[in-house]
Unconditional design. Sequence first.
Length: 211
Amino acid sequence: MTPAQPQHLVIFVDFDGTAAEEIASNRLLERFAEGDWREWDQQFDEGKISFKDCVLEQFSMLAGTREEMSEFSRRELRLRAGFHEFVQYCRARDYEIHILSEALDFMIHAILEREGLGNLPVYCDRAVFNSNRLVRVELPHFCEDCHCKAGNCKGGHVEKLRDRYDFIVYIGDGSNDLCPAKKRISSSPAADWQSSAKRRASSTIRLRIFI
């Protein structure tokens, strides 16, 4: 069987504060959390807890129903100006776009579906509801061995797809958005990945990190 030829370019985009015009998760917490959710931000900033534990503690404080929180997301939370046009530009050139986020799935999907972008691939934390109430948050993309200790290992997504593309672009503005750079290369904002020996010697996958 002939191996599939690498596609041209894929773009990974963070959601909170990047695709979204603000940290949408914070808006959700401001509206629906019971208790001082910012206390966990402080503990993370002081290095007392991991980013994974921070978001799990914060999301566990959400007291709204699924319908209430989804409707709030559709009504109040906005994508960054120009993001819709950016997606159209990329699609016209057959560039793939993947959303990587530590945010909750129902919130992201509510916003994207409102904008007609519900078919974008999204990799994020998963909210589990029972009788319309949030009972737990699952982390399907957590990597125990990764240094980032985030609930969603973004570097892991880049690793899995790196051989399928000639170019990888990553756009993000958070601390866990450094993971794709640190995982394979260095913390430099822009660097190249050399291809494996199995690929032709002239081939290079370029990973551009924009923070």
